[in-house]
Write a protein that binds this ligand. Structure first.
Ligand code: FAD
Length: 485
């Protein structure tokens, strides 16, 4: 390892540059004196490249960009990106709030390439805590240049883990791991050509990715006789909740309420709320129906070799004895079992937060819950043992503590601002105290009080040492926050 040139510690080191840490980088950018570094192992910013399917759109309005829901005047807003690209007029006439997914990817790349704090091709390979002699201490991060293998080190007062989630391979499919004709939807565009020659393709999973893959396959195989199947464990292809009041589950108000609930209630809620975060959009479901409708005009509807079968769980999958794949299925309502033979499987079976390997040296200093998950406070700070006094923050790994809004891009800027306020120990970004009309707690219950605003807490030893001018905090924030919304 190269001996690092002595340099002052960063105030904040971000591990991973997906949309969430990129939002943190963008909101931190205008803060004078704040030293930040964000590292990503990829050579450049990419947003779910395997699912940038033609025509796919975002499921949130464009205002869920990196900064606008906190500070629309920030130069890293989507509207400013459009201005820089001379595309404001086309966007204005398009009158679409939901961007093409490819455009969101390009917008994020535009920001990531220009933000000085973002460094790509750099994997964070290990994180350590180095206690200081007189108390306190610093994080020490080992970085590896992914092109050259060169290793360096940096120090930081605070860490923000934004390493995203990993594709899930359900246990029933473990025998297909690595099979050339079975892959996760995260790799769809990279592996789509592997489906060439398959006469029978099965898509598993009722979420947005499953619906998009199925629609893409329908369009590509219209009229060529390839049989397409869509199997989902959920009993109905119900659309994602998208009513205006329903969307208030994706507000900081709901997040605070959810956080105040006992752990068993939270765990039960996350699975019960599948329609808020796991279903497919009504628009994509309608496109599938429209496609089939058009395709079968003038003929019986079963002329298209298509099977859509909800309420069917795959209990075991394996390579077939004579080639192809075999799926043992159980129908939820009848309990009937059957064997399905298919040539290829696309697993749209979701994603899950996972502990990054780089965290292992710190693992014994983290106060895990009984299921080995982070305990995360309202500032998105992870509970640690007393000897680790630095700020360890997470983004998108707190579904169990913060609820369905955790992976939602609409809450990304707000969460990043909360972290930034906590890291600096003051109100860099003023945040609203009331964000929903819905009252989630029962009437008369003790209000769900947010954390004490950063500006009212004594600065932590890990706040930046340099004096940083911040946006003055108006009186109403103090009043509302202490009154608990
Ligand atoms: C196909 C798809 C579409 C989605 N569409 C929407 C949508 O429309 N609206 C919405 O609200 N949500 C959407 N989501 C959910 C979610 O918001 C996104 O997945 C989002 O990308 C999550 O961002 P992230 O920053 O947590 O992680 P990611 O985007 O996964 O980025 C994490 C980054 O961390 C890097 N990394 C990991 N470990 C290290 C390390 N040790 N060192 C350096 N770098 C590391 C990775 O290379 C990666 O670039 C979608 C999800 C998927 C899968």
């Amino acid at each position: 390892m190269d001996t690092p040139a002595p340099q002052p510690p960063y105030d904040l080191l971000g591990v991973g540059i997906g949309p969430f840490n990129l939002s943190l980088a963008a909101l931190a950018d205008p803060v004078p004196g704040l030293r930040t570094l964000f590292c990503d192992q990829r050579p450049e910013f990419r947003w779910h490249p395997g699912m940038l399917v033609d025509g796919a759109r975002m499921q949130v309005p464009f205002l869920a960009d990196l900064v606008s829901l906190v500070d629309p005047t920030n130069p890293w807003s989507f509207l400013n990106y459009l201005r820089e690209q001379d595309r404001l007029f086309p966007f204005y006439f398009a009158e679409r709030f939901q961007l093409p997914r490819r455009e969101y990817d390009h917008y994020c790349r535009w920001a990531a390439e220009r933000l000085d704090s973002c460094r790509f091709g750099t994997e964070v390979t290990a994180l350590h805590w180095v206690a200081g002699s007189g108390g306190g201490g610093l994080f020490r991060a080992e970085l590896t240049d992914t092109a050259t293998g060169r290793r360096t080190e940096v120090q930081a007062r605070n860490l923000a883990l934004g390493v995203g989630t990993r594709p899930v391979l359900p246990e029933a499919f473990t025998a297909l791991d690595g099979h050339p004709h079975a892959f996760h939807s995260a790799d769809y565009l990279d592996r789509r050509d592997d489906l060439a020659g398959a006469r029978d393709i099965t898509v598993i999973g009722s979420g947005q990715s499953g619906a998009e893959v199925f629609l893409d396959l329908l369009r590509r195989h219209a009229g060529d006789g390839v049989r397409l199947r869509w199997l989902t464990r959920t009993r109905a292809l119900a659309p994602m909740e998208y009513s205006k009041l329903g969307l208030e589950h994706f507000t900081p108000d709901y997040t605070r309420y959810f956080h105040s609930l006992p752990e068993p209630v939270r765990d039960a809620l996350v699975s019960a709320q599948w329609q808020l975060h796991k279903a497919a959009s009504a628009e994509t479901l309608a496109e599938i129906h429209d496609h089939l409708y058009e395709r079968t005009i003038g003929a019986p509807i079963d002329t298209a070799p298509v099977e859509i079968t909800p309420g069917t769980a795959v209990t075991e999958a394996r390579p077939g004895p004579c080639g192809g794949l075999e799926l043992r299925c159980r129908h939820a309502d009848s309990g009937a079992e059957h064997l399905l033979r298919t040539d290829a499987v696309v697993l749209a079976t979701g994603y899950r937060a996972a502990r990054p390997a780089a965290l292992e040296p710190l693992a014994r200093l983290i106060d895990w819950d009984r299921d080995g998950r982070y305990r995360v406070d309202l500032d998105h700070r992870v509970a640690t043992r007393p000897e680790l006094t630095g700020g360890l923050y997470v983004q998108n790994a707190e579904l169990h503590t913060h609820g369905v809004g955790t992976p939602d891009l609409g809450l990304g800027a707000h969460r990043a601002a909360v972290i930034l306020n906590a890291v600096t120990g003051r109100t860099v970004h003023r945040l609203p105290t009331r964000t929903a009309w819905t009252g989630f707690a029962p009437p008369g219950a003790a209000p769900v009080v947010g954390r004490t605003p950063a500006a009212e807490r004594p600065p932590t030893e890990h706040a930046p040492t340099e004096s940083t001018p911040v946006v003055p905090r108006p009186q109403e924030l103090t009043r509302a926050a202490t009154a608990g919304r």
